[in-house]
Design a protein around this ligand. Sequence first.
Ligand code: GTR
Length: 326
Amino acid sequence: MTYTKTLGAALLASVALASSAFACEITFRSSDTHPDGYPTVAAVDAMGDMLEERSDGRLCIEVFHSAQLGEEKDTIEQTQFGVIDMNRVSLGPFNNIIEETQVPSLPYIFRSVDHMHKVMDGPIGQQILDAFSAHDLVGLAFYDGGSRSFYNSEKPINSMADLAGMKFRVMQSDMFVDMVAALGANATPMPYGEVYSSIQTGVIDGAENNWPSYDSSGHFEVAKYYTLDQHLIVPEVLVMSKSSFDKLSAEDQEMVRQAAKDSVPLMRELWNAREKESEAKVREAGVEIVTDIDKTPFIEAMKPVYQKYVTSDKLKKMVEDIQATE
Ligand code: GTR
């Protein structure tokens, strides 16, 4: 009796062990600054489901949302070191490390989101993804980040002149500091997670972002003036640590690349829906939105930024090719 019981328990234990070993041989830890349910988080979750299904449960992804693993700049370093396996971030914080990422981060480089998709889905996008490999990373896919515009706690911005002397937070990219300076304002690079309290306490007057981030971060509660100057259409990127990627078989590597690509259409769908929802919510909350703004002086003012950052032949060619893309 005792014998049978012990045998039964041992058998059960070995079955449990086998199935847990079977389920998720590898779980990739993926970082995201946004809260659960945000389109980028949901897209990587969906990619994880695809991967799990296609690998018969061997390969899984766990998304650590809400900056649980840290702010973007730090998590990028950790991904390069292989401490974090995957990371979904804006291209902005890569600007100082990978020069190719500066090109789609240039102000007013894209005429529209469709133009951005056309470029990033084509050879230039691939060239940028490939550039990550020299930095201990594997570029997997680009996600949407809408367009970014200024918001602040002080006053409605109706023209470039209104920006004079104001202080805005930007992502940690030198190019964005120069962008804001070229518009006559001051920029403070700062991690995303510090922006809310910095606006609240008056350390900065405002920041700049897209509708979903303006909403989900709660920044609209403390910065009630939003001007749709749409200076940036910066794509977001999903990268993997090269050391995590190199540990996989060639088939698994391909499976990861494919699942990332396959998550893109879903991401775009989620993004479009979320943009509308966030806009409606923020408008409902009584934010003052300036939509009628002449962008021409803003675009003109960006010339020195292009001159400073688009210097090599490689980057010049990329800019020309983007501008020539219909
Ligand atoms: C968001 C973007 C984040 C982060 C944030 C920021 O739009 O999705 O990855 O870069 O902006 O401003 O730091």
